[in-house]
Design a protein. Sequence first.
Length: 427
Amino acid sequence: MKQARPYPRAIVTRKAARSLASGHPWVFEGEVLRLEPAQTDGRDARNGDVVDIFEENGTWQGAGLLSEQSKIRVRMVTRNANDRVDDAFWRRRAQWAWQHRRATMGTRALPGCPPDTNACRVVFSEADGFPGLVVDRYENVLVTQVGTVGMDRLRPVVYRAVLDALSADGEKIDAIFERNDSPARAKEGLPLVKGWWDGLPTPDSPRVLVRENGLSFDLDIENSQKTGFFLDQKYNRRAVRELSAGRRVLDCFCHVGPFGLNAAAGGAELVRCVDVSHTAIELAHENARINGLDERMGFTCANVLDYLPELRSDRSRLREEGGPFDLIVLDPPAFTKSRGTVSHAARGYREINYEALRLLPRGGYLATCSCSHFMTRDLLAKAVAEAAHQAGVQLKQVEERQQAPDHPILWGFPESHYLDFFVFQVV
């Protein structure tokens, strides 16, 4: 690179350069050979700074954010040598992210419903060029999660960039709630905090009533999992809804009830929602009441891993719970968050799918998924196939799906592909 740039320099290994050239946006701790000061003013790199990335042979690779306490030492933000990573840069990124949601989500609303951008992920971290930042929209409230020191320093800039992008499109946002309470922040040396961002007025309550697929959900954005809801399953829930008419549905790991409510709205004869969390079950019941669906829905607080074998071995309990069921939804939490525990997780997926298949009659349907990028699509398919073989049934695939397009998959960055969803019929 001939022109002088105003950023300190990270000199990386040939291996790191190859990885970056393939599209992966991370440079790991052991791949940074040294840091050098900026050539323009001699400024040394500080934690969270933008740094230029050079291979040791002098080839410029891009620019990224430095994280001195993380094993992921630099996260790429641009591969364009003409970019200056300033406020205007982040405004452009926010506009592109919002335009993507308008293009891929706004055209899919059900008749009579507002566009799906009223409840969607506005920024999906590296996949949108904001490493370590997640922004979810719930009507007129944004909920954010910041996981990197560089993005934490940029919060006022990137928040305003996102607000401006929505405002320019006529979208009104009244408040931002920060869910910066993920343990992953400790790896960056960041404190765990949550609360309303002081750049906008503070609402009276962290409860938000949001519409999705024509249904209303009362969300607790302060205390629920993640940012309050799992927006990535939006269209997968709709796929279950389309199968549910006249069926008896068992919704396992139901959280606040979105799969179950979609099934009931789709005309299910009965829906049983099961979750180990008392709070989740209470919210699911309340959401059923809000939508006028509670008469056809039941709620059980139980550990699904114990609950399914109990139903299989106790037919009277199965009838008490509303069975036999002919559509079962399995939406478990990630059974693995590291490569080292994948084999153990695979056994878990195989076991719950086996138990579900033993409960289903011939002609029944199974909707099953994994939300861990370590449990790849092929590993999940293998676990389900083994479960079917063990249960003595054959499966006919109805659909194969992934996360909704507001959670874009960035090719070259497999970590951005984390949700795989299958629908099968037992034949």
